[in-house]
Design a binder for this molecule. Structure first.
Ligand code: FMN
Length: 270
């Protein structure tokens, strides 16, 4: 195996992106970041990181993943930051952070796909989404040959105003993310199916008294709210009226088929 693509996804956009990159590169394996085993990348020449932009920066799950990664400065590292139009300084942040770990991020690509940030609204009209999928597909095709040739390129970034304003906001919100699950609630449509528990990448949900309970070590990937088959999970006041979103080519099975549920013994109880 030449390339290993580590991905993190809430609603499938990053998984879909990773699949397309793998198809372009050939001889590539996909692995969810939270299932990373040190030896999975033993013979990989190149390591790709594919993840969503959260709060204008790198999600903590990705930062934690990097702590565990087998450090090999000779390997070729590349990244795809999947976002909804505001990549801001995410890839520069990742590049700099990896440098502190003696890892060289050779190229960082900005991929724009529909927004899954439901507290601010639904994903938008179908024609707009189709355009985003097409543009992203074309971009992946365009950049893949450079990655295959192990090229180095500057990290892609948002405009200066975005980097200034949103980097400040990232610093402000980042420490609060794990506790933001206090705003989740379930309405009467909840039938205690437990799918929310199964989609959580970090074991932050347990079913208690036939209702999900969030344990305050949330990543805010929003998989629970977006994949709930009854649309019974809400966040704040406005989500009952907002349309749910997940990538149309990614299924619930793809998300929960990754054995995301941690061992019971490792789930922290409330
Ligand atoms: C908590 C959270 C924060 C987000 N912050 C940003 C952001 O700062 N900039 C942006 O462009 N998109 C942002 N988004 C949107 C996602 O990055 C985007 O929808 C991405 O494609 C989702 O990928 P996934 O389906 O692999 O999880 C955010 C989404 C969530 C859930």
């Amino acid at each position: 195996m030449k390339t290993i693509l580590y991905y993190y996804t809430g609603t499938g956009n990053s998984l879909w992106t990773a699949r397309l990159i793998a198809a372009e590169l050939g001889d590539a394996t996909l692995c969810p970041m939270f299932l990373m085993h040190g030896d999975a990348m033993a013979d990989a020449e190149a390591v790709g990181l594919v993840f969503p932009v959260h709060m204008w920066g790198v999600p903590s799950l990705v930062m934690n993943f990097l702590k565990k990664i087998k450090k090999d400065p000779d390997r070729y590292y590349f990244a795809f930051a999947v976002n909804a139009g505001q990549v801001s300084r995410t890839l520069i942040q990742l590049h700099n952070h990896m440098a502190t770990l003696s890892l060289k991020l050779s190229t960082g690509i900005d991929i724009v796909l529909p927004s899954n940030y439901i507290p601010w609204g639904g994903p938008g009209p179908a024609e707009k989404l189709d355009k985003l999928y097409l543009t992203a597909r074309e971009k992946i095709k365009r950049v893949a040959p450079g990655i295959a040739q192990r090229q180095t390129a500057p990290m892609e970034k948002g405009p200066l105003w975005q980097r200034i304003v949103f980097t400040a906001l990232y610093k402000l919100t980042f420490p609060m993310i794990s506790k933001m699950d206090g705003d989740f609630w379930v309405d009467e449509k909840c039938n205690a199916c437990g799918i929310c528990e199964k989609t959580c990448p970090v074991g932050n949900i347990v079913m208690t008294a036939e209702r999900p309970t969030w344990l305050h070590h949330c990543e805010q990937c929003l998989a629970c709210i977006q994949w709930c088959p009854k649309e019974a999970i809400q966040y704040g006041k406005k989500t009952p009226k907002y349309e749910r979103y997940h990538h149309p080519e990614v299924t619930l099975k793809d998300i929960i088929g990754q054995a995301r549920i941690p061992e019971r013994s490792s789930v922290r109880q409330p």
